[in-house]
Design a protein around this ligand. Structure first.
Ligand code: ADP
Ligand code: MG
Length: 238
């Protein structure tokens, strides 16, 4: 299960409050997009959920459990980094196996999950290659494969497609949406790209200066933007 609840979560770096107290619920299985201009706090919010940053206040719950103090590895979430975070000296198979090795997953089970992820991501023929011998899109799929094998309660993506060219980006968007349909697992996807948000999200969270301006479906935001910022950012005529 992957229901994530933020209750008055806030974050300050020194004297600067980057995220004022914020409430948000992400339902199990939802595809939620955090969107907003550069510097508005999207990555910080994602890193708080992942446990890569400590909250300055408030509570994070994952399902019924208080996860606020849990280290990242204990939260059952998988962060998908940009493809350049792969280990260049390891084969695709070893890159995908790495998190399972760290978690002590038995070898047979590792093999089963690698085969299943490779099939889902069309990587079966590439398992023995090194990342340097793959295209940008294939490398991105390996990065996603590394998350899938952990069988997480939710996937967290931080602008995963920003270093791909425009044509590839469109294809990878579709692949990630397909994957979400197939796995039915909660996904939180951070982007500054309105088109990505409008085409991929079940629910969009529009952020500005660490505050939630509006939460809604793409259609709700388009038809009834709460203010000029949301309307302008989403490209709504209203
Ligand atoms: P986004 O991902 O939306 O571009 P970030 O979450 O990266 O925004 O950053 C939000 C704000 O927090 C920015 O003003 C940024 O400079 C600041 N910030 C992020 N990380 C740190 C840090 N480790 N120390 C100090 N300030 C930070
Ligand atoms: Mg960011």
């Amino acid at each position: 299960m992957g229901r994530i609840t933020l209750d008055k979560v806030r974050k300050a770096f020194g004297d600067i409050e980057v995220i004022p107290p914020l409430d948000l619920t992400i339902e199990d299985g939802e595809f939620v997009v955090f969107v907003g201009p550069s510097g508005c706090g999207k990555s910080t919010l994602l890193r708080l959920i992942a446990g890569l940053e400590d909250v300055s206040g408030g509570q994070i719950r994952i399902d019924r459990e208080d996860a606020t103090e849990l280290p990242p590895a204990k939260r059952g979430l998988a962060m998908v980094f940009q493809s350049y975070a792969l280990y260049p000296h390891m084969s695709v198979r070893k890159n995908i196996a790495f998190p399972m090795k760290m978690a002590g997953v038995p070898h047979d089970e590792q093999e089963r999950r690698i085969a299943s992820a490779a099939k889902a991501l069309n990587l079966t023929d590439y398992l023995d290659r090194k990342p340097g011998q793959l295209s940008g899109g294939q490398r991105q799929r390996v990065a996603i494969g590394r998350a899938i094998v952990r069988e997480p309660a939710a996937f967290l993506f931080d602008e995963p497609l920003s270093n791909l060219d425009a044509a590839l980006r469109v294809g990878m968007r579709l692949e990630i949406s397909e994957l979400h349909k197939r796995l039915a697992t909660t996904m939180i996807y951070v982007t500054h790209d309105q088109v990505e948000a409008m085409t991929m999200a079940d629910k969009i969270v529009v952020l500005q200066a660490g505050r939630i301006e509006q939460v809604g479906t793409p259609l709700e935001l388009y038809n009834t933007p709460r203010n000029k910022f949301v309307a302008g950012f989403i490209g709504s005529p209203k």
